[in-house]
Ligand binder design. Sequence first.
Ligand code: SF4
Length: 360
Amino acid sequence: MKRRPTSTVAVGNVLIGSEHPVVIQSMTNTDTRNAAETIEQINLLASAGCEIVRVAVPDEEAADALVEIVRDAEVPVVADIHFDYRLALRSIENGVSCLRINPGNIGSKERVREVVLASKDKNIPIRIGVNAGSLEKEILHKYGMPCSDAMVESAMGHIALLEDLNYNHIKVSLKASDVPMMIHAYKKLAAKVDYPFHIGVTEAGSVTKGTVKSAVGIGSLLAQGIGDTIRVSLTGSPLNEVPVAKDILQSLGLRKEGLELISCPTCGRCQVDLQDIVERVEDYTSDIAVPIKVAVMGCVVNGPGEAREADIGIAGGKGEGLLFKKGEVMKKLPEKELVDELLSQIEDIVTNYRGESNES
Ligand code: SF4
C-alpha cells in the first residue's frame, strides 16, 4: 500500500512518518498524579503492543509525576496539555517524548515561543490535536458548525504559529466522532501539508460500536495511504484499544506479526463447535508475535479451498476433520484429535520461524 509521503518525527525511539511502520498509540485513563498506577497501565499497554502512550496532564502535580512515569515507562510518553503553557514547559523538563498541545490555545506568541524553544532544546515533537468538539469560537462562527473545512482551518492556524517560529517537528490529528467528517478533514489537510498524521475517531463509543467506527474511519484513511500513527478510542479500559488497532493494521497488511485467523461464519453444513475451536486457537496464540495465518473452517466441502492462503488449518466434519496446509489436505483425523494436532502444528511453525529468524 502506497503511503502518503510525509516528513519523519521521532517520539523517543519511535519514528513516525511514511518511511516507517504505522505506530499504535493509546492513552491512559488513570489519574496521572498516581504515578504507580499510571506506570502499571502504560506497561500493560506496552506488553499488549502499544508503542506510544499519552497521559493527561491537567495540573502541576500530574506534570511532576511525569519524572517517575517517564523513568519507568517501557514506551515513550506523550504529555496531553490543554491551555496551560507552564504545564507544557514542566512536562518537557520532566522528560516526556512529545507534547500534544494546540499552540493557538495557550495565549500570547511569547508563550508559544517558550514552548517551541523548550521542545527544540529537548528535540521533542509537538502534536497539534484538532478536535471537532473544541474548535475555536471564530472558526465555529465562520462555518456555523463543526465541519471538515473548519477543522482544517484550525489545524492550519496552529501549524502556522509553529512554522513562524521555524519549528516543523510536527504531527497533526483531526479527530471527530463523525466518521465522514474526520475522513474528509484528513484528506483535505493531506493535500496541504506533509507532516505525519495521527489518526483516530474520537469518542468512538463502546467496545463494539467504537471498534466498528474506528475500523471504518481509520481503516478507510489507511487504505488510501493516509495515517502514520493510530489510536482507537473506546470507552473503558485502554487495554481494549490495542488489539483493535493491531487488527486494523493487520487487516490492511500493514502489520504482519501475530495470528491472522481465518474462520468461517458457519452454516448448515457445520457439524463441530467452531466457536469453541476458534476461542481455543485465539487463547493459544495470543502471545505469539510470529506472523501466522490459521484457518478454522466448519466443513470439508469448502473449508480448505476457502482458506487457501492459510499456513495451517482445519476443516470440521462429522466425527472427523481434515488438517490442511496452504489449501492442501495433509491428513484426516478423528474430531477429538483435531484441535490438539492443529495447536501442535502451529507450535512447529512458530519454532521453525524463530529458528530461521535466528539464523538470518
Ligand atoms: S466452510 Fe463449510 S461450514 Fe463454514 S461457512 Fe463455508 S460451507 Fe459453511
